[in-house]
Design a binder for this molecule. Structure first.
Ligand code: NAD
Length: 288
């Protein structure tokens, strides 16, 4: 069994991006500029945005966090989005989700200029991605592809079973892996799938993205399969100082010995997401 080390891959990609930015700046070009809009004071969102700001600095980007109060109206947020769309200095920006309940998230996402939509959530980018056209691919599916590429994991002709059909993980990764270049035969399982363990057992590559802690057990895994665990569930723990720990969708201890490759949680897919955002911002700086 080989452990897929997301921290190592993220560090390697971060280095590549930093080197590219250094070359740009040495040539007198301005570095990429990423803006994150944070509405309200949700703790987890503050941490995510803080990490994005930190990594931006590490790779040499210019970055800014626009902190808006929780009571910001939809109109005021849309005006901010319009201002960022029009600002020629801003290469890409994200509006951190979730937004307060009085704001229509979809409306905000669709207001972002697709050429600056480095989260890859705008329907134009989702559509372009689905058609195999140049697009901003959202962070989690892009991170999974980077892991497969880094470890040179063969995908052509393999049967990939994706568990979960969300717009941000299951559906896009299933689509991408079915495209030319990856060439998987893909099956998507979801909450209404009949005989799910039987279907998952056929997977040469299993991507678990359902958000149910330790759902995937050893009996569902074909010996030698590649297992990518996207799930993150916070559960109480007596053995940690914080009183909680993170579990993936895969029962790691029993599944790992059966696999050829597996991602741990934490330290697998998670570390890849911010670096994918950085990749998209660099892409936005050059134009898609
Ligand atoms: P979601 O809740 O939007 O979607 C879950 C999907 O799983 C749904 O399509 C549903 O049909 C399916 N599902 C639910 N229960 C099922 C069951 N019993 N059997 C089969 N399918 C079932 O979740 P999401 O946003 O796609 O996230 C999935 C998990 O990945 C969550 O734990 C989330 O925290 C995690 N996540 C991790 C990262 C990361 O960086 N590692 C990024 C995004 C999401």
């Amino acid at each position: 069994m080989n452990l897929i080390d997301g921290k190592e891959v993220a560090a390697a990609l971060r280095k590549e991006i930093a080197a590219e930015v250094e070359t740009m700046v040495a040539k007198g070009e301005r570095p990429p500029y990423l803006v994150a809009v944070l509405v309200g004071d949700d703790g987890a969102s503050q941490t995510y945005v803080g990490n994005k700001e930190k990594m931006s600095a590490e790779v040499g980007f210019r970055s800014q966090v626009l902190r808006l109060p929780a009571e910001t109206t939809q109109e005021a947020l849309l005006a901010e989005v319009a201002r960022l769309n029009a600002d020629p200095e801003v290469d890409g920006f994200i509006v951190q989700l979730p937004l307060p309940r009085h704001i229509d998230e979809q409306r905000v996402i669709e207001a972002i200029d697709p050429r600056k939509d480095v989260d890859g959530f705008h329907p134009e980018n989702v559509g372009r991605m689905a058609m195999g056209l140049p697009a901003f691919v959202s962070a989690t599916p892009d991170g999974i592809l980077s892991l497969l590429r880094y470890y040179d994991i063969p995908t052509a002709g393999k049967h990939c079973v994706v568990i979960g059909r969300s717009n941000i993980v299951g559906r896009p990764i299933a689509n991408l892996l079915s495209q030319k270049g990856w060439d998987c035969t893909v099956t998507i399982c979801h909450s209404r799938t009949a005989n799910l363990p039987e279907v998952v057992r056929q997977g040469d590559i299993v991507i678990a993205a359902l958000g149910r802690a330790e759902f995937v057990t050893a009996d569902m895994i074909k010996p030698g399969a590649v297992v990518i665990d996207v799930g993150i569930t916070r559960v109480p723990s007596e053995t940690t100082k914080s009183g909680w720990k993170l579990l993936g969708d895969v029962k790691f201890d029993e599944v790992a010995p059966r696999c050829s490759y597996i991602t741990p949680v934490p330290g697998g897919v998670g570390p890849m997401t911010i670096v994918s955002l950085m990749k998209n911002t660099l892409k936005a700086r050059h134009g898609l």
